[in-house]
Design a protein around this ligand. Structure first.
Ligand SMILES: [Zn+2]
Length: 201
């Protein structure tokens, strides 16, 4: 039993997996289709998120990265099938922020980290993605389809994931609770030019 993560259900086959014990309060989403499952982001990487996924589903799993920031790719090391947007794929080989800055961010507020986590051994994920994404690409999970929408601004290759049938938008760091961060590496507020379309009921 992994008590680092909090698992909640959005509906009967959609889960949110959160790290509420850390100040970042990251959220990852697990979507179960008829043939495949999709995990959107992997959180901080201080505890093994794969053990949580394995308890929920045995379906083949794909991992999609909303953007290559350390708090969204931490658990990528536990998986193989990783997808990333085309213009951030290099960041999976060379992360643009130094390790000591990331470590300071990770530990800047007190947190009871899991026992297995050792900050002195912490490394930013580096690895080869399986799939390179483009605007409009689809994940077909079997009776469930998720579309890639390129939404730069927070980072150049930031994407949202959209499920038309359920009217769900998984927004990564495009939309979040708290202070709007303008001063961070590669944030470009001119690119926050997002048009939101609302379906009228
Ligand atoms: Zn971010």
């Amino acid at each position: 039993m992994n008590d680092w993560f909090t698992v909640e259900k959005i509906d009967y086959d959609t889960y949110v997996i959160s790290e509420y014990r850390h100040w970042e309060e990251t959220h990852c989403y697990l979507l179960i289709g008829a043939e495949k499952a999709l995990l959107i982001d992997t959180g901080l990487g201080v505890s093994n998120i794969k053990t949580v996924i394995d308890e929920i589903t045995e379906l083949p799993l794909e991992i999609v990265t909303t953007h290559v920031h350390w708090d969204h790719i931490g658990g990528h090391k536990f998986f193989k099938n990783i997808a990333v947007y085309e213009n951030e794929k290099e960041w999976l080989f060379k992360f643009p922020i130094p390790l000591h800055v990331v470590k300071n961010n990770l530990t800047k507020e007190h947190c009871d980290f899991p026992l297995e986590f050792d900050i002195t051994k912490y490394q930013i994920f580096q690895g080869e993605p399986e799939r390179i994404l483009h605007d409009g690409d689809l994940f077909d999970l079997g009776k469930r389809t998720v579309q890639v929408i390129h939404t730069p601004g927070h980072s150049p290759g930031h994407i949202c994931l959209y499920e038309l049938e359920r009217n769900y938008l998984y927004s990564g760091d495009l939309i979040y609770k708290g202070i709007f961060i303008r001063q961070y590496v590669h944030i470009n507020h001119r690119q926050y030019n997002v048009k939101l379309y609302h379906k009228k009921h």
